[in-house]
Design a protein around this ligand. Structure first.
Ligand code: SD4
Length: 308
């Protein structure tokens, strides 16, 4: 017996869940408002250092943000990728959805759009992000996202060492990504009430990404997908790998064919695992009856595996 309304999100980001719940439980609250407020709470709280400002500096030391919001009734989507110098990524995404005919704006131009709609431009650095960046520079700039040796005119370190000479275990996996349970947490949130469904994502991406990198979180069908006739799904984890499979769309389509949320998330993860056995990632899903399913692929996400 599942009760609506319902809020689910990735990770134990209860500050976000509570903020969304407060909105959806009020008389005028809509799932879209709840998603925006929920993800905003995480951006303000800098959940796990991987949502909002002050986390995951890229190769040049800058924090950039990815976010998306989707309306399951109209099928409207608004997204920002590699958003710079603006803290409220999910709210800018909502402005993209509501004020424009576009779906995704990126980089400095997304910043310009945000400023034109009233957002404040701010530095996203914190002492913590500067510290993470400095220690990375001091540790020979281990190239997280390059395949092999790369002369590096792009940042102040380099030339890079080849990935296979590094000592860490991660280097021996199929991807060079710096993935640990501390470095890959997106908020993906879905809110369902008896009328409709909405979803959102927000993240500062991956530590030491190549400047300009956009992950899965702002890509419809990859980081998130919602459909009022079926339900919704959201992803967290190694977005560079996961976005190749549009897993959130896959989950919703599997549920459309009759799979439970649990089975659909399991199946979508298995498709990725077949090609990338060591990737880190998880999917959450809910159908319009309020039935929930999640599947976590355990690698460095292993601390979270007991919920499978
Ligand atoms: C990304 N998927 O940018 C995001 C990060 C993440 O759990 O979800 N971490 O690749």
């Amino acid at each position: 017996d599942h009760k609506l309304p319902l809020v689910i999100n990735t990770w134990p980001f209860t500050v976000a869940t509570r903020a969304a719940w407060k909105v959806i439980n009020s008389t005028s609250g809509t799932p879209l408002d709840a998603v925006e407020q929920g993800c905003t709470a995480c951006e303000v709280a800098q959940c796990d250092g991987t949502v909002g400002y002050g986390g995951s500096p890229d190769e040049s030391g800058e924090t950039t943000l990815d976010a998306m919001i989707m309306d399951g009734t109209s099928h409207d989507v608004g997204s920002v990728g590699c958003l710079k110098r603006i803290k409220s990524a999910i709210s800018v995404a909502r402005k993209v959805m509501e004020l424009t005919n576009h779906t995704l704006l990126v980089g400095d131009e997304a910043t310009r759009f945000a400023i034109s709609t009233g957002f404040k431009q701010e530095n996203l650095h914190t002492n913590k992000s500067v510290g993470i960046y400095k220690s990375w520079l001091e540790n020979n700039c281990q190239p997280n996202f390059w395949k092999g040796v790369t002369p590096n005119p792009r940042s102040s370190c380099g030339p890079y060492r080849p990935a296979d000479t590094c000592q860490s275990l991660d280097c021996k996996q199929d991807t060079n990504h710096d993935v640990s349970s501390d470095n890959h947490d997106t908020i993906g949130m879905i809110v369902v009430d008896k009328n409709t469904i909405a979803g959102g994502t927000s993240t500062n991406g991956a530590n030491h990404k190549i400047s300009g990198r956009v992950g899965d979180s702002p890509i419809a069908g990859a980081g998130l997908y919602v459909d009022k006739d079926i339900g919704g799904s959201a992803a967290t984890g190694d977005g560079d790998v996961m976005m190749r499979f549009l897993p959130s769309y896959q989950v919703v389509e599997s549920m459309r064919l009759g799979m439970s949320p649990k089975k659909a998330t399991t199946e979508a993860i298995m498709r990725i695992k077949k090609y990338y056995p060591h990737f880190n990632g998880a999917l959450i899903a809910v159908n319009m009856a309020g039935e929930v399913g999640i599947y976590i692929h355990c690698n460095s996400f292993k601390n979270h595996c007991n919920v499978n």
